[in-house]
Design a protein around this ligand. Structure first.
Ligand SMILES: Cc1cc2nc3c(=O)[nH]c(=O)nc-3n(C[C@H](O)[C@H](O)[C@H](O)COP(=O)(O)OP(=O)(O)OC[C@H]3O[C@@H](n4cnc5c(N)ncnc54)[C@H](O)[C@@H]3O)c2cc1C
Length: 385
């Protein structure tokens, strides 16, 4: 239900992936590993298998060894992953964007060394931007990379880093100069060769995969491990955000859609006052509102994906999709709990977990308030940050 249209090819790809996720991922993430950390080896198996369905491998062009899927198809596939498990969707998202950054920015020796493993789902990547004092304002990054001959020495602390404890490589945003905008540079760190310390963070939800603090103490990295040019990390990060926000929107959409599906099923099974609760007008109205918001979230998300595919600037549209879909997830998951009554707050039903997961969604990749500021700036030309 609820899509504009799909080509026969897209429908086939979505159906095949949906069957795989229902058989293999759903029982594991929503029962056995519900709120429990999944070891790297098992998560790695999912990455390898999902890569065969076009996840991760699809976001990179054939010239770099990827499948080069179009953005709309990628978003359709990614929605399926997020509707099955937000925890599974996070490493898919981070590895996808790590692969894209390496394909786009890395010198040949790094591309040849790391890209094939990432695209096959054999390597895990992290992207380290946030720090204890640096969240919404990336211009204030403090982690320092100091030149030392043909190396850089990196010192600092990153936090909230997805895939942190799984990571084989870290794309680390560092300060190489004092200019807030032109003083940031990306480096690729190989965990074995340029060791960094990782400590997992326990959260309200999203705990089956890793979100971590990363400590960098005198980490010595060759200058040739720079991604892009010195001082270009801000520009390259903002380009990435425009794209990755569409995927984060699809995460909100996935949570919202799953909450609607669970609530719809429950409403047609649970009886009160002599009939199924779906037969009470207030429940029916709530379901109608939820379904309309799920579809609105999908339309905004797919519009932004289509614009990116067409090469049209989509900063505002990506922000709208992220803002709307992630806030819709919070409201819809809460409504799904309400429709479940007391059962909704027990561990026996998925909506309890979805409600906790939804609360997290409006924070990463730019909070709701940051998306609103981006939209406002695009509308008025006035920066209200
Ligand atoms: C599950 C999870 C995964 C994450 N993964 C990664 C990752 O892989 N890599 C990474 O680098 N980071 C990651 N992050 C970090 C994430 O990007 C930040 O949490 C986010 O950017 C917000 O920063 P902050 O938490 O420091 O909040 P703050 O920036 O301190 O914001 C606090 C509050 O103030 C509001 N606010 C801030 N500035 C303004 C303003 N100008 N006007 C109005 N309101 C404002 C915010 O909207 C928010 O409500 C992750 C976070 C989470 C929760």
């Amino acid at each position: 239900m609820g899509y504009v249209f799909r080509t026969e090819e897209q429908q086939g790809a979505v159906d095949g992936l949906r069957r795989y996720l229902a058989d293999k991922a759903d029982p594991l993430f929503n029962k056995e590993y519900r709120d429990r950390f999944m070891p790297k080896e098992q998560m790695g198996e999912f990455m390898r298998e999902l890569s065969e369905f076009g996840l991760i491998s699809g976001v990179v062009g054939e010239e770099h060894g990827g499948l080069g899927l179009d953005w709309l198809t990628m978003i359709m596939l990614f929605e399926e992953v997020a509707a099955t498990s937000i925890d599974l969707s996070v490493p898919v998202l981070i590895n996808s964007f790590g692969a894209q950054m390496i394909a786009r920015l890395a010198p040949a020796h790094l591309r040849e060394r790391y890209l094939p493993g990432l695209l096959k789902g054999e390597l895990f990547c992290s992207a380290g931007i946030s720090e204890p004092d640096v969240g919404s304002n990336v211009l204030e990054i403090k982690t320092r990379a100091r030149r030392d001959g043909d190396h850089y020495i990196i010192n600092g602390e990153k936090t909230w880093i997805s895939n942190g404890s799984y990571s084989d490589i870290l794309i680390c945003t560092c300060r190489t100069g004092d200019d807030p905008r032109r003083g940031l540079t990306h480096f690729l760190l190989d965990r074995k060769e340029h060791p960094y310390e990782v400590r997992d963070i326990h959260k309200i939800a999203w705990n089956s995969q890793s979100t971590a603090q990363i400590f960098l103490t005198d980490v010595r990295v060759p200058a040739s491990n720079m991604l892009g040019n010195e001082g270009e990390a801000l520009k390259n990060t903002l380009t990435m955000f425009e794209r990755s926000r569409v995927f984060v929107a699809a995460q909100g959409l996935g949570i919202a859609r799953r909450a609607l599906e669970e609530a719809t099923r429950y409403a047609t099974e649970r009886k009160q006052h002599g009939k199924v609760i779906a037969g009470h007008q207030l429940i029916s109205a709530m379901l109608a509102e939820m379904a309309t918001n799920v579809d609105a979230a999908r339309l905004l998300t797919q519009r932004a994906a289509s614009m990116i595919e067409a090469g049209v600037p989509a900063e505002m549209e990506a922000a709208m999709a992220k803002y709307f879909a992630c806030e819709a997830a919070v409201t819809i998951a809460r409504q799904a709990v309400q429709i479940h009554g007391g059962n909704g707050v027990t561990k026996e039903f998925l909506v309890e977990k979805l409600a906790r997961e939804a609360i997290v969604a409006p924070i990463p990749e730019g909070t709701t308030q940051i998306q609103q500021l981006i939209i406002g700036r695009a509308l008025t030309g006035v920066n209200a940050f």
